[in-house]
Design a protein around this ligand. Structure first.
Ligand code: P6P
Length: 327
């Protein structure tokens, strides 16, 4: 069966050639990152560095390598004015006068690399301001709903690129023989209801009451108020958990807990919650802090963290009702 190539698909979907250049640069980056990951121990790219990132997390060699690949490809494409990354304190200028900003998590879930579990690259494309405003930190603080494009690559048994430009969520698979992404699914969909949830249960004693109640009810199964049995999955790689939800449904939670209250949450707004939440909403799901849609938040800082609940709309709305009832 002949599959449509990514570039052909983008030309069919998008008139703006600059946006196509950005998305093709992101795709090239993901192919290069996938290749490095596949080499793994054979290329001395595993393991940790002495350095820490802005999050205070020890950087893996592949974190830095992936970040450098994205910086190079995006700067070279000529359509990106500036870039920001989970791995860097401050944004970096690229082409200067150009239409787009790109913010990314170059290798999400990297703690899983050394145990050979799926990881990913998450990206979000925003409109750039006029060239003379590029050093203003406020240009990055755009609500998730204003994203021009968003997506992720998942480096698993196969490498896949999932992206949207606001007209549905589409899946491309990397053909290892040609190193090209080809369309393998159009219009991914998150079912309204689910019987599968994803959360790190080891944090249960620290959660706020609405999440405690929510998960307790799920675990009560058919005998409980939800009147059905639920399955649980937790990969501890957001890209893998969200990809499962876009592929077969489900609900994902990384809620506040008393240990991270001061940080505002664990996951990052600009390059995890917003791009992933926008994709999920595009696919018919919902994304929330528990108190309201994440995509409507006005970001206050580039590396801001938020509580995240996303996936099956029925479950996210139920969680919001529990938060409202216990407010
Ligand atoms: P925990 C990976 O480090 C990450 O940022 C997300 O990809 C993932 O969902 C979460 O953290 C896992 O967190 O506390 O379960 O290790």
């Amino acid at each position: 069966m002949k599959h449509t190539g990514l570039s052909v698909f983008l030309q069919q979907q998008i008139e703006d050639q600059s946006l196509i250049r950005v998305l093709e640069a992101l795709a090239r980056s993901c192919v290069r990152i996938s290749t490095s990951l596949r080499q793994g121990a054979l290329a001395d790219v595993l393991g940790a560095l002495e350095s820490e990132n802005v999050q205070g997390e020890t950087q893996k060699k592949l974190d830095v390598l992936s970040n450098d690949v994205l910086l190079h490809e995006l700067a070279a494409c000529g359509a990106v004015a500036a870039m920001a990354s989970e791995e860097m304190e401050d944004p970096v200028l690229a082409a200067g006068k150009a239409p787009y900003l790109v913010v990314f998590d170059p290798l999400d879930g990297s703690s899983n690399i050394d145990v050979n579990v799926s990881v990913g690259t998450i990206f979000s494309v925003l409109l750039a301001p006029k060239a003379n405003e590029l050093t203003d930190p406020g240009i990055w603080l755009q609500p998730g709903r204003t994203q021009v494009a968003a997506g992720y690559a998942i480096y698993g048994p196969s490498t896949q690129l999932i992206l949207s430009v606001g007209q549905g969520v589409h899946q491309f698979s990397l053909d290892p023989l040609t190193s090209q992404f080809v369309l393998t699914q159009e219009r991914m969909h998150v079912p309204e209801a689910t019987a599968e949830f994803a959360i790190n249960m080891s944090n249960q004693r620290f959660w706020e009451r609405p999440v405690q109640q929510y998960v307790t009810e799920l675990l009560q199964g058919k005998e409980g108020p939800r009147a059905k049995n639920y399955n649980m999955r937790w990969v501890a790689s957001m890209v893998a958990d969200v990809h499962r939800i876009l592929t077969r449904g489900g609900v994902f939670l990384y809620p506040l807990d008393e240990r991270i209250l001061s940080q505002g949450g664990k996951l990052r707004l600009m390059y995890e919650a917003n791009p992933m939440g926008w994709l999920v909403e595009q696919a018919g799901g919902r994304v929330s802090t528990g108190h309201g849609c994440i995509l409507d938040l006005r970001p206050e800082k580039l590396h801001q963290r938020v509580p995240v609940m996303l996936g099956a709309a029925e479950e996210v709305r139920y969680l919001e009702a529990l938060h409202k009832a216990q407010a």
